[in-house]
Design a protein around this ligand. Structure first.
Ligand code: F6P
Length: 323
């Protein structure tokens, strides 16, 4: 490869800028020309592509969001869109791509590289941590720490009022943010999509507390959990326990923003460096991950198909620690 393009796609995540910086600077170090593709695949379709220099990525390692912007492109889903995108790459001689995003973005990359002769390397950029082939994703650490800080604050007021508090966190179909933030804040209950929710046991526990006039309880709920989120869980509890003082907070997009943590900056820098190295070594259509602190390559196809595996033993441990 001699000219590479880098883009961020799907939901943004803190640390994406650090990854862009690493890709650009590693590429330049090797004498490559590096192009930034704006708004994910949409910018590739619309020819919104800019030349990147070392200074283009100065002073961004500490910033949330993505300087390249991001989007979920409908046009790129169609063959016609991908054809246009490829023509725009060819025009500049771009012969390698680094895609920073989640599984939807990798599916796009897979399709694209199957139809056109272009090597793609993916970096897992998502707060959800729902990727196979890596222990870490860029943005998870920041998002979960933002959730922890917010839940700690909620706990203060919850405790002062002896209330039942339900906090909904993000994660799409995955429960990592809920599980980790729930453990770290000492939540009494954590509801995640990967395990069946025993609502009867929760109601029983709350009723016992109510009898003892000590009904203070923190429930962390993943947005993708079976009841459909925090408000739905609250509805069930309110129906069954009309005297309980229940409040709901949905943390929402606050979890996507903010300065990346040290961990996310380091992970993004590490992965960004290896994205370019692997293109230079002729690796195609792989995701760069980190397993047991070592760089690990997973075929994109496998990364999008295989299910992430959450350590559900934590649910058992959490129940003991919160009892
Ligand atoms: O994938 C990241 C994520 O923040 C999920 O946790 C959440 O379900 C989704 O994106 C929200 O998407 P949007 O920003 O389009 O509302």
């Amino acid at each position: 490869v001699t000219k590479i393009g880098v883009l961020t796609s799907g939901g943004d995540s803190p640390g994406m800028n650090a990854a862009i910086r690493a890709v650009v600077r590693t590429g330049l170090f090797h004498g490559l020309e590096v192009f930034g593709i704006m708004r994910g695949y949409q910018g590739m379709v619309e020819d919104d592509i800019i030349k990147m220099e070392s200074r283009s990525v100065a002073n961004i390692i500490q910033r949330g969001g993505t300087i390249l912007k991001t989007a979920r492109s409908k046009e790129f889903f169609e063959h016609e869109g991908r054809k246009k995108a490829y023509a725009n790459l060819q025009k500049r001689g771009i012969d390698g791509l680094v895609i920073i995003g989640g599984d939807g973005s990798f599916r796009g990359a897979q399709k694209f590289s199957a139809e056109f002769d272009i090597p793609c390397v993916g970096l897992p950029g998502t707060i959800d941590k729902d990727m196979a082939g890596t222990d870490v994703t860029i943005g998870f650490d920041t998002a979960v720490n933002t959730a922890v800080q917010a839940i700690d604050k909620i706990r203060d007021t919850m405790d002062a009022h002896d209330r039942v508090f339900i906090v909904e966190v993000m994660g799409r179909d995955a429960g990592y943010i809920a599980l980790h933030s729930g453990i770290a804040t000492g939540a009494e209950n954590i509801l995640i999509p990967e395990t069946k929710t025993d609502i009867e046991a929760i109601i029983h526990g709350l009723t016992e507390k109510e009898k003892r006039k000590k009904l203070v309880n923190l429930i962390v709920v993943a947005e993708g959990e079976e009841f459909g989120g925090g408000n739905e869980v609250a509805k069930v509890i309110r129906q069954r326990m009309p005297n309980a003082d229940v409040r709901v907070t949905v943390l929402g997009h606050i979890q996507r923003g903010g300065a990346p943590t040290c961990e996310d900056r380091v992970v993004a820098s590490h992965m960004g460096y290896y994205a370019v190295e692997s293109l230079l070594l002729g690796r195609r259509n792989v995701m760069v991950g980190v397993i047991n602190n070592k760089i690990h390559y997973t075929p994109l196809e496998k990364a999008v198909k295989e299910k992430h595996k959450i350590g559900t033993e934590w649910i058992k441990i959490q129940k003991i620690l919160a009892s």
